[in-house]
Design a protein around this ligand. Structure first.
Ligand code: NDP
Length: 403
């Protein structure tokens, strides 16, 4: 248990926040380089794509700066801590990893700040890191306890591969040990790891579960990345599409994630997605239907055109349910796509086009769940907040670098 920071240490940490902001990426790039050189096994834990593109150091620099800024008001970081803790347990991060990370992070701070890193500053940051590590370790232990007897990687067989659209394929994954699968909350994700021969490494990725819980399989639905330089992220999705077949084995961790819908509640929900961001929404939709819930659901989705639109049949069936309304936008409809039949509106998702009875935005208990490209999600949140929806009712699936 870390000792709480003294007022003097808090003052030092806050005072050094600007310096950390200025040098943040230099510090965290050095940190990752030294950490991974000294502990090559950790390369299996970190997504190499995020290292190569610099997203990982950038994200960590942002997190360290945010921590320094709010070290005296940690409640402000609650949502970020929760998101990162879930990602950590998905990657099987354990308490013994924290001292190693702390050592390399504090060494990187000292190296980059040089003489400016006085003993008092080093001492304050050592104490601050210990407090932050405690927060994560405690929350992650709670999550692991709830996982009961499944921690770490578990082998799953690909039972079935089903094409959902031109670029999205579903994988039905059954546990090799045959032991019943725990339920998850609709909207949550798993980590999947594959061995990448070119790198001589295992690589983890997170994928939302795309069906209701309660089956003897988990389903993920993966978009094949094409049309741009295939980066490391694309490498995994292409391996899944091209090289992995029914009967092959992959490894998963326990489902987790702070983006989910409490299925027992009856308040209206609006699910707003673009592209492959549809996947957690289908899980939420199917779970609502499976629970025979009387809650009202609006399902708003945007895709390029019908060829790229996944789960069309699922949505068609769902809209037979009087509590469920679906609205589809196609940004580039094909000649065969008929407005009013195959889709509702041409263009990207535009909430102005949706009638209030489908957005439920005059009902103060409505919650909004949003998943898709980052700028799409932030635009939707801004739109809703400008129309009086409180921020706590708008949930974004921020599926980026979180560790
Ligand atoms: N669980 C999760 O958190 C998941 C998150 N995602 C995220 O969702 C994103 C979905 O991407 P993808 O399928 O590649 O999307 P696409 O780029 O294929 O776009 C899908 C649709 O969204 C529209 N669109 C794209 N960008 C925006 C924007 N900024 N604002 C409004 N509409 C937009 C597109 O319009 P147009 O044709 O005009 O480009 C198109 O109609 C990915 O970035 C991924 O990170 C995906 C899956 C799961």
């Amino acid at each position: 248990m870390a000792t709480p920071l003294t007022p003097a240490q808090i003052a030092i940490v806050k005072a050094t926040a600007p310096a950390l902001k200025e040098h943040g990426e230099t510090i965290t790039s050095l940190f990752y380089r030294n950490l991974l050189d000294a502990n090559p096994g950790l390369r299996n834990v970190f997504n190499e794509a995020n290292q190569i593109g610099g997203a990982q150091p950038r994200a960590l620099a942002g997190a360290v700066f945010a921590y320094a800024t709010y070290v005296d008001d940690l409640a402000k970081l609650g949502a970020a801590v929760e998101r990162i803790a879930h990602k950590h347990v998905s990657l099987n991060v354990q308490p013994e990893h924290y001292p190693i990370v702390g050592k390399f992070l504090l060494e990187a701070v000292a190296t980059v700040l040089g003489d400016a890193c006085t003993p008092d500053i080093a001492d304050a940051w050592t104490a601050a890191y210990a407090c932050l590590a405690d927060i994560f370790i405690n929350r992650e232990q709670q999550l692991y306890v709830a996982f009961e007897n499944w921690t770490g990687w578990r082998r799953f067989k690909i039972q079935k591969k089903v094409s959902e659209s031109r670029e999205i394929t579903s994988f039905y994954l059954a546990p090799e040990d045959g032991i019943a699968l725990p339920k998850y909350l609709p909207g949550q994700y798993i980590s999947l790891q594959l061995y990448i021969p070119q790198l001589g490494l295992r690589q983890p990725r997170q994928y939302s579960l795309s069906d209701a819980p309660g089956n003897d399989y988990y389903r993920i639905s993966v978009k094949r990345e094409t049309g741009k330089q295939i980066d490391m992220q694309g490498l995994i999705s292409n391996m899944l599409h091209d090289e992995l077949n029914e009967g092959d084995v992959i490894e998963l961790t326990h489902p987790t994630g702070e983006f989910f819908v409490p299925i027992e509640e009856e308040t209206p929900i609006v699910l707003i997605s673009a592209g492959v961001g549809i996947t957690p929404m289908i899980s939420i939709l199917n779970s609502t239907i499976a629970a025979a819930s009387s809650r009202r659901v609006s399902f708003i989705h945007g895709a390029h055109c019908s060829e790229f639109r996944a789960f069309t049949d699922t949505l068609k069936h769902a809209s037979d349910n009087p509590n469920i309304q679906t609205v589809t936008f196609l940004s580039m409809p094909n000649d065969n796509d008929v407005e009013g039949v195959d889709y509702d509106f041409e263009g990207r998702v535009n909430l102005d086009k949706i009638s209030p009875d489908r957005l439920f935005n005059n009902e103060p208990t409505t919650h909004y769940y949003v998943c898709g490209p980052t700028s799409f999600m932030t635009d939707v949140r801004q739109y809703l907040c400008e129309r009086g929806v409180s921020q706590d009712r708008v949930h974004l699936e921020i599926f980026g670098v979180g560790n």
